[in-house]
Design a protein around this ligand. Structure first.
Ligand code: CS2
Length: 474
């Protein structure tokens, strides 16, 4: 096998200035937005990225990125195994706000920063199904009390106040997380936060000077380990502790709603559209929903990687049935060819070369089901149908969590809302889980069969995967 070349940075990095501040420079950002911006810097040097970290637990990664001056190697792999390596240099500044909050806020107040974008995960917005902000969530309580902290709202609040007092000019807040109507959700969450803080001046400034474009982001970005750093070292002699890997596929669809200019995104292949909604809706339901519905069954069957899960004939048939019989009919009319879209996603999911783990996709189920799966459930119920495939997937998540409690899952299930969901896993609490409005909205009241079918499915899967009753304290 010939060694693929490393595509080197072709612009003058020292000439680049930051026009975007990005909060959350994790693997997804570095394999997605930072790559698009990197492509633009050849001819548009004022749109470099200033990366910001808000979370103390992310400091090690952030420090490692900083030690490399924000530069790293991206590896991509196509479903047929074609590999490419590229150097990415678009993150030109890094500020750890978890250690130096005011430094980040005052940098955001520089008029040259015209966009603040973010990837803080679905659970980072603390919104329920009706977009109501959970003011009892710890990061929100802490932020409201002290004016600093890990919540994105606390940071944006500080930025608004500083920009308003400095006359720094309008700004765009760009959400790049997998939420439907992500711009609208960020706006709504921030507005509620400012009101909870009693800061009506900031509400007024935000209303006049901030826009919140919606966006759809897409690239499967597996977690990687030290083997990849070794690979980069051996091939190219580069010490890279924060190298990233993604599938070759990449997509970014953006609403053209920027308060103070924007990069010429089109030139890097970003799709600029008037209405992102059909794209983000399809992506969240078909791709993220497809991931979520299958991953717990894959874990219960002992698969380590997601491709192994979807290549399991039983699980593949289930995936296709879920998409074809429930997701696509629930979406209904769409400008997108949903069957073709499903097939592309199925082929991406089957990529055996990227080793995307079941562990990564399992994490954070409490936040994911209401966003990724509930719209399909609701769509089916609206059509008077019982979403049996969705229910099967939901039951598998529940049984999976019982296995987590019983110590039978060979990886750590990470869910920021574990303490909230754990009591519902006890024997006899199945109905409480199946009727929980924070998970299933009004579906249980509108469709009692949802509850009874879910409880039966849990029982059936419990016996197939035979959790011993003593494993879960009753
Ligand atoms: C995944 C996403 O976390 C998940 O559940 O579905 O991370 C997915 O890989 C990305 O959204 C792909 O764009």
């Amino acid at each position: 096998m010939t060694t693929p070349d490393l595509q080197r940075i072709s612009y003058q990095r020292d000439q680049v200035t930051a026009g975007i501040m990005h909060v959350g420079v994790g693997a997804f950002h570095r394999a997605h937005q930072a790559v698009y911006i990197d492509s633009l810097l050849d001819f548009s040097s004022q749109w470099g990225i200033c990366g910001v970290n808000l979370r103390t637990e992310d400091r090690p990664l952030f420090d490692a990125l900083k030690a490399q001056n924000g530069q790293y190697v991206l590896k991509t792999i196509s479903p047929d195994g074609e590999v490419a390596y590229r150097e990415i240099g678009s993150i030109i500044e890094l500020i750890d706000a978890s250690a130096a909050y005011q430094v980040a806020v005052s940098r955001a107040t520089d008029p040259s920063i015209r966009i603040i974008s973010m990837t803080v995960t679905e659970s980072g917005y603390n919104l329920d199904d009706d977009n109501v902000l959970d003011v009892s969530a710890k990061p929100i309580i802490d932020g409201l009390a002290s004016g600093v902290g890990s919540s994105i709202y606390t940071f944006l609040h500080a930025v608004i106040r500083a920009r308003a007092s400095d006359g720094a000019g309008p700004i765009t807040f760009l959400c790049c997380d997998n939420l439907r109507d992500n711009g609208g959700k960020l706006r709504s969450g921030l507005l509620q936060y400012l009101k909870a803080a009693g800061d009506m001046e900031s509400v007024d400034w935000m209303t006049k000077h901030v826009t919140f474009p919606c966006s759809m982001v897409d690239r499967i970005t597996p977690r990687i380990d030290s083997r990849h750093s070794l690979d980069v070292k051996q091939r190219f002699g580069i010490d890279d502790a924060v190298t990233v890997m993604g599938e070759s596929y990449i997509q970014w669809v953006l609403e053209d709603h920027f308060a103070n200019g924007r990069p010429p995104f089109e030139q890097a292949g970003v799709e600029i559209v008037d209405d992102v909604e059909p794209y983000e809706d399809a992506k969240i339901r078909v791709l993220n929903g497809g991931h979520t519905i299958l991953t717990y069954l894959a874990a219960l069957k002992g698969h380590h990687t997601y491709d192994a899960g979807i290549l399991d004939p039983e699980l593949r048939a289930f995936f296709r049935a879920y998409e074809t019989e429930e997701v696509i009919p629930a979406i209904g009319e769409s400008p997108i060819d949903l069957e073709a879209y499903r097939d592309i996603i199925e082929s991406r999911f089957s990529n055996q070369h990227i080793g995307d783990t079941v562990e990564r996709i399992c994490m954070d189920g409490v936040s994911k089901f209401p966003i990724f799966v509930l719209p399909t459930v609701k769509g089916m119920v609206n059509q008077g149908r019982i979403p049996v495939r969705s229910i099967h997937g939901i039951a598998s998540w529940y049984v999976f969590m019982r296995h987590v409690e019983a110590g039978r899952i060979p990886f750590k299930y990470v869910d920021p809302k574990w303490n909230w969901i754990a009591p519902m896993l006890k024997r006899g609490q199945e109905v409480a889980f199946a009727t929980e409005p924070d998970l299933w909205g009004d579906v249980p009241t509108r469709c009692p069969e949802f509850v009874s079918t879910l409880v039966n499915e849990i029982e059936a899967l419990d016996s197939i995967f035979s959790v011993q009753s003593e494993g879960v304290a009753g």
